[in-house]
Design a protein around this ligand. Structure first.
Ligand code: ZN
Length: 304
């Protein structure tokens, strides 16, 4: 018997809030100042952002007060340690009170962020050449960036979903985040990296605390295009309804899972029959432009 466990945002009361948790400003290598970034995201229908300059905690207090209908979380992207191949870990810390030094190494940084009441997301594993061993070697992070807009648009390394599955088949369940890593960098062959992807969080109130609570509980999904409209989980099936899609994929352990592909008309729903050997299952919805939405994993516990 399988006992699915899923923090289902579609079965939780509250407000849907759209946000981006990874943004650089003129306080590091971004081209816009914090006010311009907040203005841009708010004008494009986002409800909240986190400003995460490199190794610097940008002060957002005055900024948040300039908008009464937009939330700005304080954050920092910390480059620290050495991966198996010698690259740095980039850790996105959100909801910080004090600037974090990279000196503690990746695990020390995570512990310091948690002590402050913040959370850590491991940035762009594909871009950073992180291995599954690198990711298994750290504890206490909330999730991975499974999609990073600027990593896709600059060098084609935007998707880290294989890293995510590699962790989860080994029993390390974690949340997946789509982020922009916005710098307002672009050129004639590179589209601008702002307002390209997002997360949709179910929050009980329109406050930073409620957004953080929704993130910690996994009450969100990620997207760079499609909308997920409903997810229903029972002991023997998982149902999803979405905006028009050319494929809906249920991704699970190794060779389990199933993909539903549209023929001539888009599909807007699919149902997966639980086989019984899944330890996790997650859903991807892909639209006709090749853009994707991702749910967090449903975890299966078994009584045998
Ligand atoms: Zn960044």
């Amino acid at each position: 018997m399988a006992f699915p466990s899923f923090p289902n945002p579609f079965r939780t009361e509250g407000l849907w809030l759209k946000g981006n948790l990874h943004i650089h400003t003129t306080n590091s290598d971004g081209a816009l100042n914090p006010y311009q970034m907040a203005f841009l995201y708010r004008a494009n229908g986002y409800n909240f952002i986190a400003i995460t300059d490199h190794d610097k905690l940008t002060d957002v207090e005055g900024l948040a007060e300039r908008f009464n209908d937009f939330l700005v979380l304080p954050g920092e992207e910390i480059g620290t340690g050495r991966s198996e191949v010698g690259t740095k870990y980039h850790l996105v810390a959100i909801n910080l009170r004090e600037e974090i030094s990279p000196e503690g190494g990746p695990q020390g940084v995570i512990e310091e962020v948690l002590k402050q009441g913040g959370e850590v997301i491991v940035a762009h594993p594909y871009w950073s050449s992180l291995t599954v061993n690198d990711l298994l070697g750290l504890d206490g992070y909330l999730g991975l960036e499974i999609f990073n807009s600027t990593c896709l648009l600059s060098i084609g390394k935007g998707y880290s979903t294989v890293h995510w599955d590699d962790l989860m088949v080994r029993g390390r369940f974690t949340f997946g985040f789509a982020v922009d890593d916005a710098h307002w960098h672009f050129n004639p062959h590179r589209p601008v990296d702002t307002c390209y992807s997002w997360i949709m969080v179910k929050a009980s109130e329109f406050t930073v605390e409620s957004v953080m609570d929704g993130l910690k509980r996994g009450l969100f999904y990620s997207s760079n295009g499609p909308s997920i409209l409903d997810v229903d989980v029972s002991d023997d099936s998982v149902y999803v309804r979405s905006s028009p899609a050319r494929a809906i994929t249920f991704v699970a352990n190794s060779s389990i899972g199933e993909r539903f592909t549209a023929s001539d008309h888009p599909i807007t729903e699919a149902t997966y029959r639980v086989r019984g050997k899944e330890t996790y299952l997650r859903i991807e919805v892909e639209d006709w432009r090749g853009r994707t939405a991702w749910t967090n994993p449903i975890i299966f516990q078994r009584d045998s």
